[in-house]
Design a protein around this ligand. Structure first.
Ligand code: PHE
Length: 479
């Protein structure tokens, strides 16, 4: 374990190097958001125009916010609430700004609860495909397609069967949350950093490998056309809204995650290039994930706009007729699982750090309280697919009239809490924080500082404010 002297002089866990931080932060950013949500949204929104607008959001709004969150953590050297308080005090601003740190911790806690349920589906599919692969190997045909002998209805019906089984959903959720909790409880150096150091290289190897496979056996030309040829008529306000929201989610913004991770940086101040590395890596992975998935979808002539079931219903069927589909299908779900783990630990770390920093709890106790609590909320989410299918948590609100429990928690955090967190972050760092301190801590100078300042102080509040309002009152968009 690497310990460093924090501002208070007490010993605090932290990253062992700058590259360890970058790897862990990329691990946090790259997750279900990149390999499941991004292809889903790009597919549903018709591709090119969504993708190009998304990239603009990442670099004009996301990147300045990434830098701002890391700045707060680096300057504060403690949990999100404590770090914001410290920056506020040193800047002569009200310590009450720390409310957005507390809100971020609540959002991270809620997100990890349903994130673990979705990761549980991935775990289940990894199991199904892994079992199929074993059978393929056993029958002397290790390179056959996946799930041979099953009809399209049978393969696609697996998801419905899974959703109808609270016991199976619960077991998978328990396994995944247990793993997340175990890593977080081990600490920053020997838990989170170690997991990222092992899992991220594995993720990249799988990502590149499966993408090359897709390029060889699938239809890459159509996929690239779909992803990058803009049809601007498809860029409706609703699509822009979802692209902006996706950029925040994918970069892990608005939940104080990067404040928390940034607080474990012990030295160095090249925060500008560090932030750029995170944003570039996260966006590249989302694009490559698109170039991994769509060639396979198009090769089999399936619908790219399948929605959230694209990965779970469309792809397993596509793998049936692909060479070595059993093997690649299994590896594909392992890849998603790996991405999900390094993100879920970053989510659980936010409230855990809060318990340690603000309540004085031990790491074990704090992780157990929040991991356990999120596990329970996750149970409610998964029961929303079967025994509680009629429950509408926020049914009084037209936005959530028809959404099940998981989608309600997802929608409320994504449409309300995350943009609000990002909005407050940009106002706080752009207008309240002492700009001399920002320059000292981030190492940003000259025109770069000027550009960043303009984006964070003017463009972010405006654009994120618009997402928030249009997300909450979709009627503003006329639909
Ligand atoms: N960025 C992660 C993803 O894309 C999700 C996440 C959100 C992680 C917020 C941490 C904090 O899957």
């Amino acid at each position: 374990m690497v310990a460093a002297a924090s501002a208070s002089g007490a010993s605090r866990d932290g990253w062992s190097s700058r590259s360890a931080f970058i790897l862990a932060a990329i691990g946090a950013a790259v997750g279900l958001g990149n390999v499941w949500r991004f292809p889903t949204l790009a597919g549903e929104s018709g591709g090119g125009a969504f993708v190009i607008f998304y990239i603009a959001c990442v670099f004009l709004l996301g990147l300045p916010l990434v830098l701002s969150e890391i700045f707060i953590g680096r300057a504060g050297q403690t949990d999100a609430v404590g770090s914001i308080k410290k920056v506020a005090e040193d800047s002569g601003a009200s310590p009450r700004w720390s409310i957005f740190g507390a809100m971020g911790a609540v959002a991270a806690f809620l997100i990890v609860s349903f994130y673990s349920v979705v990761a549980g589906w991935v775990l289940y599919y990894a199991g199904v495909m892994g079992w199929d692969l074993l059978q393929a190997i056993g029958s002397g045909e290790p390179f056959r397609g996946a799930l041979v002998g099953e009809s399209q209805e049978m393969i696609q019906g697996r998801m419905g069967n899974l959703f109808a089984s609270p016991g199976m959903l619960l077991s998978m959720h328990l396994l995944f949350m247990g793993l997340t909790l175990w890593i977080v409880a081990r600490g920053v150096g020997s838990g989170i950093e170690k997991a990222a150091t092992w899992l991220m290289p594995m993720f990249f190897v799988l990502l590149v490998g499966i993408t090359i496979y897709g390029a060889v056996v699938g239809d890459m030309t159509d996929a690239i056309k779909f992803l990058f040829t803009p049809d601007w008529s498809k860029l409706t306000p609703a699509v822009m809204n979802s692209a902006l929201g996706q950029a925040l989610f994918s970069l892990s913004l608005g939940v104080a995650g990067l404040i928390t991770y940034g607080s474990y940086i012990q030295e160095g101040s090249k925060l500008g290039s560090t932030s750029a590395a995170i944003a570039i890596a996260d966006t590249s992975v989302a694009l490559i994930a698109g170039m991994m998935i769509f060639p396979i979808v198009f090769a089999v002539g399936l619908d790219p706009a399948a929605g959230p079931t694209l990965v779970f219903q469309t792809l397993p069927f596509a793998f049936q007729s692909m060479p070595a589909g059993a093997l690649i299908g299994f590896l594909f779900f392992v890849l998603i699982l790996v991405a999900a783990v390094t993100s879920s630990i970053s989510l659980l770390e936010v409230p855990t750090a809060w318990g340690i920093g603000e309540r004085g709890w031990s790491r074990h106790k704090s992780a157990l309280i929040f991991g356990g609590g999120a596990f329970l909320i996750g149970i409610a989410c998964l029961l929303g697919y079967n025994v509680w299918a009629d429950v509408r948590l926020l049914g009084f609100w037209s936005l959530f009239e028809n959404t099940d429990i998981l989608d309600t928690v997802d929608g409320f955090t994504g449409k309300v809490m995350l943009p609000l967190g990002a909005l407050l972050t940009s106002i706080f760092v752009g207008w309240k924080a002492d700009q001399k301190m920002v320059q000292d801590v981030t190492g940003l100078t000259g025109p770069m500082f000027g550009v960043w300042r303009f984006l964070i102080a003017w463009l972010c509040p405006l654009a994120v404010g618009i997402i928030l309002v249009t997300g909450l009152f979709p009627s503003v968009l006329g639909g």
